[in-house]
Design a protein around this ligand. Structure first.
Ligand code: PEP
Length: 252
C-alpha cells in the first residue's frame, strides 16, 4: 500500500507575514487529526527558513519549487541544493511546466537538476505532462515517455528510491479544468508500466505518482481514489488553508 502524498506548490505567492499566517492555519487545521497522508508545503525561497521553523516539530515536510544543479559559484540569482538543505528542505519540485515553458527548461537541464538533488540528499518531485495541443494530436504518451526517459537518464533505481513523479497535464494547470479521474488514471497507469519496464515491477509498485492540475476539494477524492493516483500536487487551492486541508483529508 502506498501512502498518499499531498504537496502544496505556493508558486510566487506569499511574503513572510502571509506565509506565517497560512502555515499556522494549516497546522491548526491538521492538529489532532489522525491523518495518514504525507503533507509537503513548497513556499517561495524567501519563506523557506521561516516555514521550517514553524513546521519542524510537526509531520509537515518542506520542499522548494526549483534549484540549480551546481553546488555554488558564479550563477547569479540561482539557489543550490545545499542551500535548500540548510534551510530544512527535504523535497524539491523539478521540471514544473511553468519552468519548462516560461524559463525554457529542457529535459536535459531537468535531468542535471534531478541528479544534483539526489546526490545532495533532496527528494525530487519530478513534474511531467503534455500540452493541450499534444493531447489533441494524440501525443500524450509519447511526450510523457520522452520526459521520463530524458529526465531520468542515467539514474539507477537505487538513486531514484525517493523519487516522486507528478503527472500534471499542462492544460489543467491553473485553468480550473482538471483531467477527469479516468483521463488521469490512464496516464498514471502508463507511467507506472513504463517505470516497470525501465526499472523493475517492484520499484514501479512503490513509486508515488501524484496528479496535479486544478485539484480542489470538489474533485480531489475522485482523482485520488484511482488505483494509480497516489496523491496530489496542488497549486491554487493550497493557498487557502481550508481547501488544502480538505484535499488532504480526501486523500485518506
Ligand atoms: C501546479 O502548479 O503544480 C498546479 C497543479 O497548479 P493548479 O493546482 O493551480 O492547477
Amino acid at each position: 500500500m502506498r501512502t498518499k502524498v499531498v504537496a502544496g506548490n505556493w508558486k510566487m505567492n506569499n511574503d513572510i507575514n502571509s506565509s506565517v499566517t497560512l502555515i499556522n492555519e494549516i497546522k491548526k487545521g491538521l492538529n489532532q487529526k489522525n491523518i495518514n497522508v504525507k503533507v509537503i508545503i513548497c513556499p517561495p525561497f524567501t519563506s523557506l527558513e521561516t516555514a521550517y521553523a514553524l513546521i519542524k516539530e510537526t509531520p509537515i515536510k518542506l520542499g522548494a519549487q526549483n534549484m540549480y544543479f551546481e553546488k555554488s559559484g558564479a550563477f547569479t540569482g540561482e539557489i543550490s541544493p545545499l542551500m535548500l538543505k540548510s534551510v530544512g528542505c527535504e523535497y524539491v519540485i523539478l521540471g514544473h511546466s511553468e519552468r519548462r515553458t516560461i524559463f525554457m527548461e529542457s529535459n536535459q537541464l531537468i535531468n542535471k537538476k534531478i541528479k544534483a538533488a539526489i546526490s545532495n540528499g533532496l527528494n525530487p518531485i519530478f513534474c511531467i505532462g503534455e500540452t493541450l495541443e499534444e493531447r489533441e494530436a494524440g501525443k500524450t504518451f509519447n511526450v510523457v515517455e520522452t520526459q521520463i526517459r530524458e529526465g531520468l537518464a542515467n539514474l539507477s533505481e537505487q538513486e531514484l528510491s525517493n523519487l516522486i513523479i507528478a503527472y500534471e497535464p499542462v492544460w489543467a494547470i491553473g485553468t480550473g479544468r482538471n483531467a477527469t479521474p479516468e483521463q488521469a488514471e490512464e496516464v498514471h497507469k502508463f507511467i507506472r508500466d513504463l517505470i516497470a519496464n525501465l526499472y523493475s515491477k517492484e520499484f514501479a509498485e512503490k513509486l508515488i505518482i501524484q496528479y496535479g492540475g486544478s485539484v480542489k476539494p470538489e474533485n480531489s477524492k475522485d482523482l485520488m481514489s484511482q488505483p494509480d493516483i497516489d496523491g496530489a500536487l496542488v497549486g491554487g487551492a493550497c493557498l487557502n488553508a481550508e481547501s488544502f486541508i480538505k484535499i488532504i483529508e480526501s486523500a485518506q
